[in-house]
Design a protein around this ligand. Sequence first.
Ligand SMILES: *Cc1c(COP(=O)(O)O)cnc(C)c1O
Length: 433
Amino acid sequence: MLTTPAFTSSDTPSDMSSDTSSERSSGRSSASSDRTASLIAREDAFGAHNYHPLDLVIAEASGSWVTDVDGRRYLDCLSAYSAVNQGHAHPRLLAAMARQASRVTLTSRAFRNEQLGAFCEALATRCGMDMVLPMNTGAEAVETAIKAARRWGYRVKGIPQDRAEIIAFANNFHGRTTTLVGFSSEAAYRADFGPFAPGFTVVPFGDLDAVRRAITGHACAVLVEPIQCEAGVLLPPEGFLRELSALCREQNVLLVADEIQTGLGRTGAWFACDHEDVKPDLYVLGKALSGGCYPVSAVVGRREVLGLFEPGSHGSTFGGNPLACAVALEALAVLEDEQLIARAAQSGAWLGAQLAQLTHPSIVAVRGRGLIWAIELREPARPWAEALQRRGVLCKETHGTVLRLSPPLGTSREDLAFLVKQLQHVFEQHQAE
Ligand SMILES: *Cc1c(COP(=O)(O)O)cnc(C)c1O
């Protein structure tokens, strides 16, 4: 058993060694300790302000719970946007990471490494696909899928050079590169970042006729999130994905499923596409592919498409590195061995039934699937997220008025009951006012 300081200190808050226990317990009662305030001030002074985080500073985490620098514990109901589906500090992932880190972390793809083949085989097999192209972040994987689809459009479908079109959906979220925000419908994602790349047509989400009208002879792909999580957990009409898949096949257009957030168990199936028995031409995966330990993403697809990349056509210094591959292999095995997908389906059904019983004049809708749920409000959701934070539950508003709930997939029934209790309390308290 290898031990490294970073991975053996999970029970000792190493970063808090200078705090006395009395300071820590006094921090529990005060709204925000000096330590929290000074860490926030330092981050705000020297870090760019491209996020608006809740005002707590996390020091450590285990399973479904995180602890802040003042020793307060919170149930994590965001899971780093579904990157931590396997739970924080999973012992198998930490062990795989330490083992591989002590052997070799990065070779670049100039040389081969021991882990890449095993990772590609495991992921391709799990997806029922032929090939894997590993990258690091989600946005890079979506960019890779766009390159793959365009190349297929020119070399296989015969679209004239530089005319390929990709159809995407309003309210999409595919990442933050200039190409991707260029076809976002969210003003905040785009403002003053143009000029943007041409070649994208945006149609309303769930509108099959609009897709049909948008498909021209130059269309190479439809890029879809099976559930639009960032937009507020928007589910398309029942049957939409199935019909979209049939339309793509009929029109000779690739179906590219961005399952970066919905994939790997989050919706109670391996992939959200599975709920409608849809098999896309390309899956785009990220986030939980490493259980939150490391940035690992991939495009997984048929040889007819991914086989079109030849040496020199695409790459990434860190993509497919041995540390990433070893962690991702273990992360996939954990999902399987701990039956986290079935557990997400079961506990998600229970959670959804509980959420449906919440009553408050501000609640417009409750929707979700598996273990990703949204409570849509008539008003900004931020104050509600802050009220939940004060009661030991971490979640984040999305799209202004939506509270998204996506705890780690193995979260116990007891912990989910704790979440429901805090929601009930917060909504009841504010009803009385
Ligand atoms: C998070 C996310 C991305 C972007 O992933 P990054 O790792 O942040 O680049 C893309 N698509 C979807 C659906 C996502 O949820």
